[in-house]
Design a protein around this ligand. Sequence first.
Ligand code: 5AD
Ligand code: FES
Length: 354
Amino acid sequence: MQQESEIIERLWREHRIDAEGLRTLLATKEQACLEELYARARETAQRIYGNKIYIRGLIEFTNYCKNNCYYCGIRCENQGAERYRLTKEEILSCCETGYGLGFRTFVLQGGEDPYYTDERVCGLVSAIRERYPDCAITLSIGEKPKESYQAYFDAGANRYLLRHETADEAHYGRLHPPELSLANRKRCLYDLKEIGFQTGCGFMVGSPGQTAETLYEDLMLIRKLRPQMVGIGPFIPQKDTPFGQMPAGTLEQTLRLLAIIRLLHPPVLLPATTALGTIHPKGREQGILAGANVVMPNLSPVNVRKKYALYDNKICTGDEAAECRLCLNRRVEEIGYQIVTDRGDYAGDVPSGD
Ligand code: 5AD
Ligand code: FES
């Protein structure tokens, strides 16, 4: 059996891990080894990005969704979700506020909302592009045909977030209704990358049915796809969903996986997510200390924040963007890091696959 220290050493030197090594690191109770893992991940992030933390302004512009994912609070069958959709003017006003607060990346996230046709999405993207030529525009609006992605890119979008959720076929089927497939999810990710988007995949930690084996497949997908971003956060039950009574993912497992992903794919942009901040009051700080280098506070108008309830007890739903900005500044500085306001582009264009 491999020792924890050997596994960490190999991750650090060769950026590799095998299934058994992953199982060992996820199960170990050796506190000293975990400290070593986090320290190596932190050093790796600092070598590439210094003590800089990038911020992205998240605009949750619609919670209508035609999909019915079992874990998600805005699934179409959730009658309890109060639906809303921001207008183009409201979205532009969020960008204006955000720009004033130093945000140079806007992330437009929403459910798969049929109202937002390609034409409307492109109209929105080009309006933001025209007003903020120095900003990165990130879309996170789900699975689309390649032509749609190309149209968004041509309209001025630069980045796209689409978590793969799990790279294991059977596990994918446990989390999603039959009309959704892992094959199409992967097709989307490869299309996005090919078009030239800085692309982000990712998954929830502790989703029902997840095992060390399914997580190993997630890591292998990351190694192969070489995404510029990876978003991970704990699964948190939302009470009106089929998984409403399932246990949440843990802080510990999320931190371990953040560190492993940093070591496996050093230049990756890795957010300390809102979900991580939700399961523990210092979750995001601990995420940074385990190798994360991005935070994504909310820029959505306060009156809709509670409605974008993917999971229960989400933090910051009552805080204005300016409050979150100050709060994050303080939190990040307390642990010796600094929020920077540049676009924060990916720092390592490594050849894909191997
Ligand atoms: N808990 C944690 N994360 C969730 N997401 C959706 N539902 C939940 C939940 N209950 C995540 C998914 C999705 C992202 C936008 O939010 O991974 O891709
Ligand atoms: Fe929103 Fe702290 S980040 S209040």
